[in-house]
Design a protein around this ligand. Structure first.
Ligand SMILES: *Cc1c(COP(=O)(O)O)cnc(C)c1O
Ligand SMILES: [Zn+2]
Length: 397
């Protein structure tokens, strides 16, 4: 495999066993735990000036801190997204600055591309011919795109309620799509059955491949560099499986330990009240979630009732002195419209849980008046134009 100098392999977050990247390809062979890429940080010799001297045009500029070399990557120059100032939101929330990390400007319109560039690169290096996953929608679209680029077959399992754009674009990329009646759990069950049958399918599913959260680390690297190496006080993230939150917290710890930044940002998990297993576990002081029995939210990307990485998410919230917040679908859709009208920026329904959560946290007095709050906009608004427009209709507009 064409790995970077510092990458030493994978560590199981449950049993602590370590594996070579050739032998541990997915979950821990010993106990089934999540594998986490590990580095010899003494091998990483990179300064602020080194990073600043490289053009800001792809997330692969941070390759020393990633498992694979830029030359070996299956990439479409994902990442390098803008961090947009939102003065009107800052004023309304009573904080110093609100910054909007706009992940809608990625190749397939969401931050899922940062995870798929990494996972599909791993698949290609492991010699896979076929990749497979179950997804609420955006990850499936992204996987189909990266598989196309790497000349692999993709097998994508989506629930009926996945967005039309997602389904259409899986077809357009030439993916093999199975639409399963029901919700993400039903799509997951159909995927699991198919994986039993198909020995040569390589999974790129959330926290089954060790590499998706690794790709999402780059969101934090970029935020730190875009803020001239100051760390924001808070990052509010619309949380489903927590891949991005866990990745950004890992990245913040790495940058701090390498001396590139001084602090950790407080990480906040924003969920919808109709499916908020992380918020419930956080409020009850638990280390692990309980599965949410009847998930029901219009925010499909975060309608994840049983997030297997909840211990990692809850650790990140605790270690970073952050928190968790849930708001209603009504408030979330109102927030998407408010951001579009006050700042011009477009957020999808799922993504707007972060804006709505930030508003709620501001109201609860969680932020100081000089704080810098980053709202992670995970995807573009016009994938959800129908949902947002019909919300206006519900208001008689
Ligand atoms: C997948 C997704 C999320 C949730 O991401 P996790 O890292 O799994 O918590 C949030 N927003 C959008 C738009 C998504 O597609
Ligand atoms: Zn293990």
């Amino acid at each position: 495999m064409e790995t970077t100098d510092a990458f030493i392999g994978l560590t199981c977050v449950d049993c602590g066993e370590t594996f070579d990247a050739d032998e541990g390809t997915h979950r821990c062979p010993d106990c089934g735990g999540i594998l986490d890429p590990d580095y010899d940080y003494d091998e990483i010799d990179v300064s602020r000036a080194d990073l600043e001297s490289r053009p800001f045009e792809t997330m692969w500029k941070y390759a020393e801190l990633l498992p694979f070399t830029r030359e070996s990557a299956v990439t479409m120059d994902e990442g390098a997204t803008p961090l947009v100032e939102c003065p009107n939101l800052a004023e309304e929330m009573g904080v110093g600055r609100v910054l909007f990390k706009d992940e809608g400007r990625n190749p397939t319109g969401t931050f899922k591309d940062r995870g798929q560039t990494m996972a599909v690169t791993a698949a290609a290096q492991h010699g896979a011919t076929d990749i497979a996953l179950a997804s609420a929608g955006n990850a499936g679209q992204s996987a189909a795109a990266y598989a196309a680029r790497a000349d692999l077959e993709s097998h994508v399992f989506l629930p009926t309620r996945a967005g039309f754009t997602n389904k259409a674009m899986v077809n357009v990329h030439g993916g093999d799509m199975t639409v399963v009646e029901g919700r993400i759990g039903d799509a997951g069950a159909a995927y699991a059955d198919a994986m039993e049958e198909e020995d040569d399918w390589y999974s790129v599913k959330t926290f089954v491949t060790p590499y998706r959260h690794e790709g999402k680390k780059t969101m934090f690297y970029e935020i730190a560099e875009q803020m001239d190496w100051e760390v924001p006080d808070a990052i509010v993230y619309p949380t489903g499986g927590g891949v991005g939150l866990v990745g950004m917290h890992k990245a913040a710890t790495e940058f701090r330990d390498l001396g590139l930044t001084d602090d950790l940002p407080s990480m906040y998990a924003a969920q919808a009240t109709g499916c908020a297993p992380i918020v419930k576990a956080w409020d009850e002081g638990k280390d692990v979630h309980e599965a949410w029995e009847t998930p029901d939210t219009i925010c499909g990307g975060i309608e994840i009732p049983d997030p297997g990485a909840s211990p990692l998410i809850l650790d990140a919230l605790r270690e970073s002195d952050g928190g968790a917040v849930a708001t209603s679908d009504e408030d979330i859709l109102d927030s998407a419209v408010a951001v579009a009208q006050k700042e011009g920026l477009e957020m999808g329904a799922t993504c707007a849980a972060a804006a709505s959560g930030a508003w709620e946290l501001a109201q609860q007095g969680e932020f100081g008046e000089d704080d810098t709050v980053v709202i992670l906009n995970t995807g573009e608004g016009n994938k959800d134009d129908d949902v947002l427009r019909s919300h206006l209709m519900g208001m008689g507009i």
